[in-house]
Design a protein around this ligand. Sequence first.
Ligand SMILES: Cc1cc2ncn([C@H]3O[C@H](COP(=O)(O)O)[C@@H](O)[C@H]3O)c2cc1C
Ligand SMILES: O=C(O)c1cccnc1
Length: 342
Amino acid sequence: MSAPVSPPSPAVRAEATARLAALATPPGALGRLGELAVWVATVQGQVPPVPVDRVRTVIFAGDHGVADHGVSAFPKAITPAMVRTFLLGKAAVSVLAAQHGVSVRVLDIGVEDDLAGVPAEVTAFKIRRGSGAIHLEDALTADETRRSIAVGETVAAEEIAAGAQLLIGGDMGIGNTTPAAALIAASLGLPASEVTGRGTGVDEAGLARKTEIVQQALDRAGSRVTDPVDTLTALGSADLAAAAGFLAAAARAGVPVLLDGVISVAAAVMADRLAPGAAEWFAAGHRSTEPAQALALDKLGLSPILDLGMRLGEGSGAVAAVPVVRSAALLLSDVALLSDLG
Ligand SMILES: Cc1cc2ncn([C@H]3O[C@H](COP(=O)(O)O)[C@@H](O)[C@H]3O)c2cc1C
Ligand SMILES: O=C(O)c1cccnc1
């Protein structure tokens, strides 16, 4: 489970960097777009890169026991309601994805609701109803963690078989910024006070309560956080473990991923622990306002493409960055070379 990932080819990166330098632009004039173009070519393994046409998003939905303890501005009932909204194509991520020709698939991994009447494929990978309140008990059993990771791996394989050139892992689950912050704190060795943010918008008292809960969870997990599966068992959730398995499997298959906000980035940190080197296949779609997200991006060595003050999740910030990724790839393939100028 923790086999290291083969890195993208340094030779291709060098060739892409050389092509960028040879374009009919002053050196460095494309700024971060140029760097992104080199990343696209490198993870594709070809210079120039081909257009990034097939982008696929999977939303891992689940509920969290901590949501009953005052960590969110919203009630758990929002989670199944939003699953139905994704299916109707009416969520924020659905609108962005439709605009940019990105597919969206939503999966119930741990929603505390039966989701009666939704298509069977939405609940086919369900692990359990809700995950444990992490400050009081483990989120999962070790067996559930392993099965959740395996679900994510299976889903990644399906998306890759369907032709994905770029994958996005989205999230839905009231309370999920709490386990996401805890996973990042545990993995980076930080206290709750540095990672905890307002999520959907809790007030001062809510933030203080949430910080306390994250710290209590970290204290409860203790030394178990040295192992990634144990960390997900103690502090994660079924949906977060599935998302981590999804991202690790994408990296192992050499398929690039665009990360979203704090939940997606927490899954990425765990993926990089499950499959060391996985982060080399990831780019950061945006910087969210959650402190843990920015800290984790720094740790993974990723700089966000967009910084729009978004704090939604669902994969929305990553989907919003897709046109920038596509533009970058086209620049490296279609701009004339300086040597071609008459
Ligand atoms: C209507 C609505 C739509 C959402 N879409 C994503 N989230 C986001 O907010 C939640 C995490 O924040 P917290 O930890 O504070 O609960 C997750 O469901 C996340 O996907 C939403 C939240 C709401 C209320
Ligand atoms: O960082 C995020 O993606 C985020 C922030 C707040 C709530 N939901 C998601």
